[in-house]
Design a protein around this ligand. Structure first.
Ligand code: FES
Length: 187
């Protein structure tokens, strides 16, 4: 019994390690109580916890996210109303690429500027759910260096817009606002 338990917990740890190793820039954090301030410091949360958010997390109607620890080229994931939300601090190159692609024919046409807050275009906030059938896409992957959904192969760009694969829509931008330069409130 003890052996079975320790084997199963070791498997969970291995799975969590693998997921974290898969992409060191893409961190997972979990808002745990009330109005939660979260940051990259909580990056060690095991992936398994994200799969099973607690009831109190599911119930949160809004969360505050501390952006101060997120560096350029990094992304964290927070849980909001039971869904993952990607908070990505984009590099100049990522912003430039996204803006350049405003001009091309997009499946779900939207300018990059419509997906970020005025004067804060380095911050991209997205509901991290693929618009095809609801998988969670992987950051910094795919043909457009945005996100890639491994379930059926949807590629999103650095603005979270759908660019290739079966997903019909861009990843959604949740309702959020800046409380100050380094804090946003989602919801
Ligand atoms: S759920 Fe993402 S491509 Fe199908």
């Amino acid at each position: 019994m003890t052996n079975t338990l320790s084997k199963s917990s070791k498997n969970k740890e291995n799975k969590a390690d693998n997921n974290i190793d898969q992409n060191k820039r893409d961190f997972m954090v979990l808002a745990a109580s009330g109005v939660a301030a979260v940051g990259a410091a909580a990056a060690a949360w095991p992936f398994i916890d994200y799969m099973n958010p607690a009831d109190d997390v599911l119930a949160l109607s809004s969360i505050e996210v501390d952006l101060s620890t997120i560096e350029k080229g990094q992304s964290i994931t927070v849980m909001w109303r039971g869904k993952p939300v990607f908070v990505r601090r984009r590099t100049e190159k990522e912003i430039e690429t996204a803006k350049k692609d405003d001009a091309i024919k997009l499946r779900d046409p939207q300018k990059d500027s419509e997906r970020v807050k005025d004067g804060n275009d380095e911050w991209l906030i997205l509901v991290g759910i693929c618009t095809h059938l609801g998988c969670v896409p992987l950051g910094y992957k795919g043909d457009f260096d945005g996100w890639f959904c491994p379930c059926h192969g949807s590629h999103y760009d650095t603005s979270g817009r759908i660019r290739r694969g079966p997903a019909p829509k861009n990843m959604a931008v949740p309702d959020y606002k800046f409380l100050d330069k380094t804090t946003i409130k989602i919801g």
